[in-house]
Write a protein that binds this ligand. Structure first.
Ligand SMILES: [Zn+2]
Length: 113
């Protein structure tokens, strides 16, 4: 449910960006969403289509690039994708620790015309 306010915010930013740059309408909004960001891309896309009615974003595409979470090994320092039920490093006998990779949530670009 918390995707609704954040989607409204994204639409506001896209509209402002369009006006500020003399565009007539928004063609696409490209988002980057990490799997651990706490936001569900599909929900944002559904809200986006509803909220954008009668705005400069009407008919625009909401493209979402997802980011797989990565752990960093506490021994060798390599980044790796967490496997189910384990934090073991695949390169050595170290343990993976959480990183910021996978918590991304931002607008990558906005296409206007
Ligand atoms: Zn390691």
């Amino acid at each position: 449910m918390h995707e609704l306010p954040v989607t409204k915010h994204i639409v506001d930013i896209a509209e402002n960006h369009c006006r500020d740059n003399g565009g007539e309408r928004v063609l696409a909004v490209n988002l980057v969403i990490g799997d651990y960001s706490g936001y569900v891309g599909e929900s944002i896309q559904i809200y986006f289509d509803v909220i954008t009615e009668n705005t400069l974003c009407e008919g625009a595409k909401c493209n979402i690039e997802t980011v797989e979470p990565k752990l960093r090994c506490n021994k060798c320092g390599k980044l790796f994708t967490k496997q189910l039920l384990t934090f073991d490093c695949p390169y050595c006998d170290g343990q993976g620790e959480a990183t910021e990779i996978g918590k991304e949530f931002y607008i990558k670009s906005i296409e206007i015309e």
